[in-house]
Design a protein around this ligand. Structure first.
Ligand SMILES: Cc1ncc(COP(=O)(O)O)c(C=O)c1O
Length: 333
């Protein structure tokens, strides 16, 4: 497939480096590399900026003035949208699931600093009424003469797919430069868009690599459906032949632990291990769970060869879990 990429705004620092994790892999029967998408920016860092390069290009071309998006109180996607929206001159309106905390920390703090309008919704109401909350918020801006642009959870839709499709192409070029061929790409999966882009991207540019998503919230069946829906939407929107049902969408859903955003001792221990042996900081919501899951799969001999872990960012989520970390911390001497 000879793909012509649509217009994108250059918002991320690309290409992000690929580095070997030699100390972590020392006693393991495999090689591990990390794709540093935690370095796509500073306040805008992580995986979301790759999707937003394409999403915001469309919003701008359509003459939109207000970005409306949604997520949890510590959403990385909402923070990245708040920061990039400010950078590009959009107003940003965030619909957040959960109660307003007494003190804003981590991602929420940055979204506030960047001037986003923030509304909080009780989780049940958010779950049942998200579509109408979006519709009403958008109508409100239209009445005020402003054109809204709606961005779904995590920027995961047919447009957002381009972000990690482009990342797969970037990885293919780096493979050549670094003289390595990856057998596996591992990512945390939270709303499906990263895995959707990588799955199609690997199919096109990295034929030997199998993509595995480590789910951090919903089950494998949900994400298999969601990834295929996003790919189907991508094919429809851009007139591309795409057969999502023929693609292998591999999701592991047994590393979620106590629930979304809740990391136990094993995940915090894995975060410490990475920080202490490689100087690489993961987060308890996404990358810590995914890395922990990846190590468990390696230990069980279900994963091997040349493995590329996609570090999708999330450091501000780590900073928001100081209390949770204290409950599990191992003294550092
Ligand atoms: C740091 C981080 N990693 C991974 C993910 C998962 O990406 P996706 O939503 O595309 O599945 C997210 C967002 O959900 C995230 O914020």
């Amino acid at each position: 497939m000879n793909l012509v990429f649509p217009k994108r705004l250059r918002l991320a620092r690309l290409p992000t480096p690929i580095q070997p994790l030699r100390r972590i892999a020392q006693n393991l029967d495999c090689n591990i590399w990390v794709k540093r998408d935690d370095l796509t920016g500073l306040a805008s860092s992580g995986n979301k900026v790759r999707k937003l390069e394409f999403i915001l290009a469309r919003a701008r071309a359509a003459g939109a003035q207000v970005l409306i998006t949604c997520g949890g109180v510590q959403s990385n996607h909402c923070r990245a949208t708040a920061i990039l929206g400010a950078r590009l001159g959009f107003k940003v309106h965030l619909l957040l699931r959960g109660a307003e905390p007494k003190r804003a920390e981590g991602n929420l703090l940055l979204s506030r600093v960047a001037g986003a309008t923030i509304r909080y919704f009780a989780p049940d109401h958010y779950r049942d009424q998200l579509d109408s909350i979006f519709t009403e918020t958008a109508a409100d801006y239209r009445e005020r003469g402003l054109k809204p642009w709606l961005i779904p959870t995590g920027g995961s839709d047919g447009v957002g797919v381009w972000g990690y499709l482009a990342a797969a192409k970037e990885i293919a070029a780096q493979q050549e430069e670094q003289g390595v061929t990856f057998d596996h790409l591992i990512t945390a999966t939270g709303s499906g868009g990263t895995q959707a882009g990588l799955t199609l991207g690997a199919h096109l540019y990295l034929p030997r690599a199998q993509v595995t998503g480590i789910a951090v919230c919903d089950d494998a069946a949900y994400f298999q459906r969601k990834v295929r829906e996003d790919l189907h939407a991508w094919g429809q929107l851009y007139g591309q032949p795409c057969a999502p049902d023929a693609l292998d969408v591999r999701v592991l859903d047994h590393y979620i632990g106590a629930g979304y955003g809740k990391a136990g001792r094993a995940v915090f221990a894995c975060i410490e291990q990475l920080a202490r042996t490689e100087g690489l900081v993961l987060d308890p919501v996404y990358t810590g769970k995914a890395f922990h899951g990846m190590l468990a799969e390696i230990a069980a001999n279900r994963l091997g060869g040349n493995i590329l872990f996609i570090h999708t960012g999330g450091i501000y989520g780590m900073l928001a879990q100081a209390e949770e970390y204290d409950q599990h911390a191992t003294p550092s001497g």
